[in-house]
Design a protein around this ligand. Structure first.
Ligand code: THU
Length: 132
């Protein structure tokens, strides 16, 4: 990932966050993926009056990317107020496609404040289907 791609990824995650539909928790989340081929795909959390139907921003971004034919990714950026890491479900969802993946955690209140993590570190021992 170039520095230019990195700053675009951060900007897109922050922009996607503004599209979050989170009237219940009021916790806005934006996610942006850089695909292996250099395209950007993004997502936001989408809550529902039936709370359990809520979809996290990371899974929206991953689903959008996969539906467009992308299976390999260079990085994932997540923007929240506070720079929080992804939930366990999103870690496993990402791990379906990536053995490891750089994850940029952005504090949307101070977007220059980015911490970098890795999927393998956040989810050691991902579940992989035991093929015969
Ligand atoms: N949320 C995400 O979008 N990603 C995560 O990794 C954790 C939680 C959303 C779901 C819900 O809309 C709100 O944040 C509060 O849980």
């Amino acid at each position: 990932m170039t520095n230019h791609q990195r700053s675009n990824l951060i900007r897109l995650a922050c922009e996607a966050r503004t599209n979050a539909h989170a009237p219940y928790s009021k916790f806005l989340v934006g996610a942006a993926l850089l695909t292996e081929s250099g395209e950007f795909v993004f997502g936001c959390n989408i809550e529902n009056a039936s709370y359990g139907l809520t979809i996290c921003a990371e899974r929206v971004a991953l689903s959008t990317a996969v539906a467009a034919g992308h299976r390999r990714f260079q990085a994932l950026a997540i923007a929240t107020s506070g720079g929080h890491p992804p939930c366990g479900a999103c870690r496993q969802f990402a791990a379906e496609f990536c053995e490891d993946l750089p994850i940029l955690l952005i504090d949307s209140d101070q977007p220059d404040h980015v911490s970098e993590s890795h999927l393998r570190e956040l989810l050691p021992g991902r579940f992989v289907f035991p093929m015969p």
